[in-house]
Design a protein around this ligand. Structure first.
Ligand code: ADP
Length: 571
């Protein structure tokens, strides 16, 4: 950057990108630097943007996507060209499938060398295509401000998702004067894009209220879309005004506390199997909700879907679709119900049925959890972790969970009491998200502790990022359920173990007794190896109060749990 008078001083494209990001309100970026984007990252830091540098773009991309979900503002991922962009696709795809606002910015090869086999050459616009709502290549420095605002605006408005900005290395080396830069930034800021969303009609609100009033067994279901809309107060209002039981999806958990008296989570099969009207807020009727079809749901159930995406409603063809932001739609619905109030009350047969089933299932589960099983199964350590987390009170930690059995058991046992405090494998069932999510959660919500409960397989995808935890001194405790492999021990039939490689470890096996706790110690973090309830309790107490990076390596019986967790039918 040469200096003369402020307006005629020249600035380079790296600084212009950083200025545009800062102007658009970006405060954090995640990524891996290298040719040609190193200077872009350092310029961003100069302008007050925190750049969290990872070891692998895959984890950085997962972090950017989770940051987008937790804050409601696009998470930004920066990658180098070619292979860096390809690694970043993991994060971009995760953002696309989860509907999380995320922008990937990649450097790319010099435009004059395209087609000649340049360093890290790739048609990156073509590569990102399946995973983006919008993508653009900045062909000249003058296009940068508009491109930066456009990708951020497309990612964050309407149905959130992934967007991509490609900046060739020759463009990154171009310069202009500060005067020109400011004018371009001002012009771009005036033309910001907001995806239009239809407003919901009075007739549709009236139709929804009439269906809810007539329902004998209504149910409210809410998911990630309600979380990103920050609709927790409106959901609480609707639930408490009407007395309708509710069921959160895995990441909807916490929008209302799991301990709420109308929580139907512990009576899930009854609630979805018998409800006659389901108000589904910000959740797709996909595999996580059994496609809204029999045999899990009744064939006559009337779905009222509230979703910001009109296409989703057209695709599912529910009884009624209310297109719009969940918070806004629920506000209107609540207001109309207020003028015509009704509440099912505790003695309503449907509420009694749900409440009784919840009591029965909870008491059965508590019986299992009360047992002290050593060597550990999944339940005993999960109960100890649950109690330690509850003991922390508010602000509740953000819980990150992945793995097969570890995630399944954790979902039923761990208690969520505050909104957006659960991150897991999500709609795409992505394994390997754990460390990236932890880092995103820690920087997005610095007042909260972050606790990851993950299988050794999930942890292994991105275990090197424990160095990133230590480098930034993030308050993250990673608890690894170590059963020595994907699903644990070797479950093959002896007659299937044949052929020249029969003496190799099973495809599901890792080194038994792997010392994962020592990995973090290599970088100066704290590691614990635990195998008994007392050892686990003491490691949790110490690491939770230290609020420093730690890994607790929990030895689990390799034959506890099941292959594929609860998804055996898909394997
Ligand atoms: P879950 O996994 O919790 O079931 P999904 O990811 O399947 O949730 O669904 C989230 C839905 O929420 C998507 O269909 C998306 O279009 C929708 N959505 C996203 N943002 C909003 C919003 N602000 N208001 C309403 N719906 C939203």
């Amino acid at each position: 950057m040469a200096e003369s008078t402020p307006n005629t001083a020249t600035i380079d494209c790296n600084l212009l990108v950083a200025k545009a990001l800062a102007r658009a309100g970006v405060t954090h970026m995640f990524g891996v630097v290298g040719i040609p984007v190193t200077s872009l990252a350092t310029r961003a830091v100069t302008l007050g943007i925190r750049f969290i540098a990872f070891h692998n773009e895959q984890s950085a991309g997962y972090a950017a996507s989770a940051y987008g979900y937790l804050t409601g503002r696009p998470g930004v991922l920066l990658t180098v060209s070619g292979p860096g962009c390809v690694h970043g696709l993991a994060g971009l795809s995760n953002a696309a499938v989860n509907c999380w606002p995320t922008v990937m910015i990649s450097g790319s090869c010099d435009q004059n060398d395209v087609g000649k086999g340049d360093f890290q050459e790739l048609d990156q616009i073509a590569a990102v295509k399946p995973f983006v709502k919008f993508s653009v290549k900045a062909k000249n420095i003058n296009e940068i401000p508009n491109c930066v605002f456009s990708v951020l605006d497309h990612a964050g408005s309407g149905r959130p998702g992934g967007c991509y900005l490609d900046i060739p290395s020759d463009v990154l080396h171009q310069t202009l004067t500060e005067l020109e830069a400011n004018k371009l930034l001002d012009d771009a800021e005036k033309n910001r894009y907001i995806e239009p969303v239809k407003s919901v009609s009075n007739d549709d609100i009236a139709k929804a209220i009439s269906a809810i009033r007539k329902a004998e067994r209504p149910l409210i279901v809410f998911g990630k879309g309600a979380a990103i809309a920050r609709a927790e107060n409106e959901i609480k209002d609707l639930v408490e005004k009407t007395g309708i039981p509710f069921l959160p999806t895995p990441m909807g958990k916490g929008l209302l506390p799991d301990t709420h008296e109308l929580a139907a989570t512990a009576a899930r099969s009854l609630a979805i199997g018998k409800c006659d009207v389901a108000i589904v807020v910000g959740a797709r009727l996909n595999w996580l909700l059994h496609f809204g079809e029999p045999p899990k749901w009744s064939k006559d159930v009337k779905f009222i879907l509230i979703d910001v995406d009109e296409g989703e409603i057209e695709f599912r063809k529910p009884y009624l679709g209310l297109v719009g932001d969940a918070k806004k739609v629920l506000k209107v619905l609540n207001k109309e119900i207020k003028d015509d109030p009704f509440c099912l009350g505790r003695t309503h047969p449907w509420i009694e049925a749900i409440t009784n089933k919840v009591k029965e299932n909870v008491s059965r589960m508590e019986g299992q959890l009360a047992k002290e099983v050593v060597p550990f199964n999944f339940l005993t350590p999960m109960r100890i972790i649950r109690d330690a987390i509850i003991g922390l009170g508010s602000p509740a930690p953000i819980l990150v969970s992945e793995g097969a059995n570890t995630m399944d058991v954790g979902r039923s046992v761990l208690v969520q009491t505050e909104p957006r405090t659960r991150l897991d494998a999500g709609t795409w069932g992505t394994m390997g998200v754990g460390l990236g999510y932890c880092i995103a959660a820690a920087v997005a919500s610095p007042d909260r502790l972050v606790v990851a409960v993950e299988g050794d397989s999930g942890f292994g995808f991105s275990a090197m990022e424990v160095e990133t935890l230590v480098r930034y001194q993030l308050p993250v405790v990673v608890i690894v359920f170590n059963n020595g492999g994907v699903y644990g021990g070797d479950r093959r039939n002896p007659e299937d173990i044949t052929g020249p490689y029969k003496d190799d470890p099973a495809p599901t096996s890792f080194v038994p007794g792997a010392a994962y706790h020592l990995l973090i110690e290599a970088f100066g973090g704290k590691g614990y190896l635990v195998g008994t309830p007392d050892e686990l309790k003491s490691a949790l107490t110490e690491s939770f109060s230290a609020r420093k990076p730690a890994v607790i390596n929990v030895t689990i019986d390799p034959y506890a749990g099941a292959e594929s967790g609860r998804m055996q039918h898909k394997n």
